[in-house]
Design a protein around this ligand. Structure first.
Ligand code: AGP
Length: 608
C-alpha cells in the first residue's frame, strides 16, 4: 500500500509534495521520491529509507516547478532500494510515473519491451508501465496513458507527468484508491485525503476504470475509451488522524476489516487450479528439492508462532511430512537436531524479530534450507533466508497482529499444497483445497459484516478479569491466538488450551465468573467439543461458542452462539480467528485501553 500525491497549480510543487508524502508515511514506506516538471525538463529525486532520506538528498535545494508527483513506497515487487523507488520514467526519460498496486502482467510486457530495445533500471512493475506509456506517446500524454492501460492487467492507482507537457497531470484508477483534490485554481491527486486537507476538503473519488486529466484550468474525468464522466464533488469531514485510519477508530480495527482483501492479496497469483497446486517460486526450491524435504521445523514468536502451529496441522495432514514448531527464543539456544535434509520455515510479520532472526541463522549454520513467510519486503529475515513467500498483507500498524496472522495461515496453505501435491495429494483433492481457499475472502467479509453481533457479545463480558479459550485440532492454535489478542490489548488474563486438556487442571478454574470461549466448527472433533461444553456448563461456566450452526444442541448449552461459514477443517482458522480478533478489540475499547499501542508492547521485538 503506497502513498501517492500529485499537484498542478500556482504553488511551488516540490515542497508541497514532500509535505504531502509526510502525511502518507503511515501507509508504509521503505523509499520515496518526487518528480517535478519545469523549464529545464523533468527533475526526479528519490531515496531508499524514510522520507528524511529524500529530504537529506534534496538538502533544501528544491527543484522549481509548479507541477509534480510524489510517492512513498511499500515494496511488493523488488527490494526497497533507490533504483526501485518511484517515480519511474519511460525509455526517453521524459515521462514519470508513480503507482500504487500490482501490474500482474508486467513480466510479459517487460519481455516484449526488451525485445523492442527497451532497457530497465529497476525490478519494478511500475517502470514497465512507464515504458509502455512512453512507447504509445506521440505528443499526447492522456492518450498514451489510456492506450497503455488497455494492455495492463492488475490493480493500480497511478499518476503521470511529462516534460513535453508541463501543464498536464494524468491519473488513473483500477483497484487502488485515488482521488482528485479540487482547490482554488489548483488541483491535486492522492491515494487518500490526508495530504490535501491543508489545501482543500473538496474531493472527487475516482472509480475503477476512470482517469483524471488535470490542467491549469481545471480537471476532467474520463474512461479509457475517452468518454467524459461527470462525478460529484464530496466534502471530507474527517480529521487527519481519522483519514490515516481509513475512517476506523483504530488501526487494529482497520486491519481486522482489511482481511478479506489481505488474504486475497496473499493468495493472488499463487493458485494453479487446473494442476491443483500452488505456485511458490519464491521458495527458490525445485520440485526435486521440495521432494527431498524429510522434516520441517517452523520457528517464530507470538502470533506468528500460533500460525506456525496451524502450519504443523496442515503440513502433517496433507503433505505427510513430520513438523516441529519451535519458539524461536528456545530454538536458538537449544542444540536442535537440524541438518541439510531439514526445511526450516521462519514466520515473521516484521521480518525483524531478533529471536526469529537468530533461530534462522542458527538453522542455516547447521546446514538447513531456510524459507521465510514475511510481510515486510526487504526486511532482515526476508533477506537472510534462502527463499520465501511475501504475505502482501500491507503495512500492519496495530501492535496486536491480526491481518498478518491470517495471511501467514494462507501462505502456509500455499506451501502445504505445493508439498502435498508432490507427494500423495491427488489433483482433485488439490483443486478442492484451492476452491475452498478461493472462498475464504468472501467468507471473512461475511463475518466482518456481523461485527456488531460480536460487539454485543463483548459488551456482556467486558467486566470479567479472566477468560479461557478452548479449541481442538487445528483450532487449538486459534484458542491460543484468541487468548493472546485479549490479554495483549485488554490486559485481561486469558489462556488458550486444547479443549480436552481442560479436565487435566484448568477445569478447576470454571465457575460462573469464568467466560469460556469454545471454537467449535463442525469438524471431525465437533462431538468431542460438545462434550467439553457440557462439562463447563455443569460447573456453571459461561460459554461463548463459535459454531457453524447454532443448532439445538449448542443453543441448549452455550450462553452465546456465533455462527461462522463452513469450510475445510484445515482452513477453519482463517474464519474462526476473525470473531476472536473483534471480540478482543471491542472488550479492550470498552475498557478504555490503548488498542493500537498496548502498554509494555512493541510492534517489532528487535531485541532479545
Ligand atoms: C502479536 O499480536 C504480537 N504483537 C507479537 O506476539 C508478535 O506476533 C511477535 O512479536 C512476532 O512478531 P513478528 O511476526 O513480526 O516476528
Amino acid at each position: 500500500m503506497c502513498g501517492i500525491v500529485g499537484y498542478i497549480g500556482p504553488r511551488p510543487a516540490a515542497g508541497l509534495l514532500i509535505e504531502g508524502l509526510k502525511r502518507l508515511e503511515y501507509r508504509g514506506y521503505d523509499s520515496s521520491g518526487i518528480a517535478v516538471v519545469n523549464g529545464d525538463g523533468l527533475k526526479i529525486f528519490k531515496a531508499a529509507g524514510k522520507l528524511t532520506q529524500l529530504e537529506q538528498l534534496l538538502d533544501g535545494r528544491l527543484p522549481h516547478g509548479t507541477i509534480g508527483i510524489g510517492h512513498t513506497r511499500w515494496a511488493t515487487h523488488g527490494a526497497p532500494n533507490t533504483p526501485n523507488a518511484h517515480p519511474h520514467t519511460d525509455q526517453s526519460g521524459r515521462i514519470a510515473c508513480i503507482h500504487n498496486g500490482i501490474i500482474e502482467n508486467a513480466g510479459a510486457i517487460r519481455t516484449a519491451l526488451k525485445q523492442r530495445g527497451h532497457t530497465f533500471k529497476s525490478e519494478t512493475d511500475t517502470e514497465v508501465l512507464a515504458h509502455l506509456v512512453g512507447e504509445f506517446y506521440q505528443g499526447n500524454l492522456e492518450e498514451a496513458v489510456a492506450m497503455a492501460l488497455g494492455d495492463v492487467d492488475g490493480a493500480y492507482g497511478l499518476a503521470f507527468v511529462c516534460s513535453d507537457e508541463p501543464n498536464v497531470l494524468v491519473a488513473a484508477r483500477k483497484g487502488s484508491p485515488l482521488l482528485v483534490g479540487v482547490g482554488e485554481g489548483e488541483w491535486f491527486v492522492a491515494s487518500d485525503a490526508s495530504p490535501l486537507l491543508q489545501y482543500t476538503r473538496s474531493v472527487v473519488y475516482l472509480d475503477d476504470g476512470e482517469m483524471a486529466v488535470l490542467t491549469r484550468d481545471g480537471y476532467r474525468i474520463r474512461n479509457l475509451q475517452k468518454a467524459r464522466i461527470s462525478k460529484p464533488v464530496s466534502q471530507i469531514e474527517w480529521d487527519l488522524a481519522t483519514i490515516e485510519r481509513g475512517g476506523y477508530d483504530h488501526f487494529m480495527l482497520k486491519e481486522i476489516f482489511e482481511q478479506a482483501e489481505s488474504v486475497e492479496n496473499t493468495l493472488r497469483g499463487h493458485l494453479l487450479e487446473d494442476e491443483g497446486t500452488a505456485r511458490v517460486t519464491g521458495l527458490n526450491m525445485t520440485d526435486d528439492e521440495l521432494k527431498q524435504v524429510q522434516r520441517i521445523v517452523i520457528t517464530a514468536c507470538g502470533t506468528s508462532w500460533h500460525s506456525a502451529l496451524i502450519g504443523e496441522y496442515m503440513l502433517e495432514e496433507m503433505a505427510r511430512i513430520p513438523v516441529e514448531v519451535e519458539y524461536a527464543s528456545e530454538f536458538r539456544y537449544r542444540n536442535p537436531v537440524v541438518d541439510e535434509r531439514t526445511l526450516v520455515i521462519g514466520i515473521s510479520q516484521s521480518g525483524e524479530t531478533a529471536d526469529t532472526l537468530a533461530a534462522i541463522r542458527e538453522a542455516k549454520h547447521r546446514g538447513a534450507r531456510t524459507i521465510g513467510l514475511v510481510n515486510v519486503v526487504g526486511s532482515t529475515i526476508a533477506r537472510e533466508v534462502d527463499g520465501g513467500i511475501y504475505l502482501h498483507a500491507g503495512p500492519e500498524v496495530g501492535v496486536a497482529s491480526t491481518k498478518a496472522f491470517t495471511s501467514q495461515v494462507a501462505a502456509l496453505a500455499l506451501v502445504t499444497l505445493r508439498l502435498a501435491r508432490l507427494r500423495n495429494l491427488s489433483i482433485l483433492q488439490g483443486r478442492q483445497f484451492i476452491q475452498a481457499l478461493k472462498l475464504i475472502p468472501a467468507q471473512i467479509q461475511q463475518i466482518l459484516g456481523r461485527a456488531h453481533e460480536v460487539k454485543a457479545i463483548a459488551d456482556r463480558f467486558v467486566h470479567h478479569n479472566n477468560a479461557l479459550y478452548l479449541g481442538r485440532g487445528v483450532n487449538f492454535p486459534v484458542a491460543l491466538e484468541g487468548a493472546l489478542k485479549l490479554k495483549e490489548i485488554s490486559y485481561i488474563h486469558a489462556e488458550g488450551y486444547p479443549a480436552a486438556e481442560m479436565k487435566h487442571g484448568p477445569i478447576a478454574l470454571i465457575d460462573e465468573n469464568m467466560p469460556v470461549v469454545f471454537i467449535a466448527p463442525r469438524d471431525a472433533v465437533y462431538q468431542k467439543i460438545l462434550s467439553n461444553i457440557e462439562e463447563v456448563k455443569a460447573r456453571r461456566g459461561q460459554v461463548i461458542a463459535l459454531v457453524n450452526e447454532c443448532d439445538g444442541q449448542v443453543d441448549r448449552l452455550a450462553d452465546v452462539c456465533f455462527e461462522i461459514p463452513e469450510t475445510l477443517d484445515l482452513l477453519t482458522p482463517l474464519l474462526t480467528v476473525v470473531p476472536l480478533q473483534l471480540f478482543s478489540y471491542y472488550v479492550a475499547v470498552r475498557r478504555g485501553c490503548n488498542v493500537d499501542q498496548p502498554r509494555n508492547l512493541a510492534k517489532s521485538v528487535t531485541v532479545e
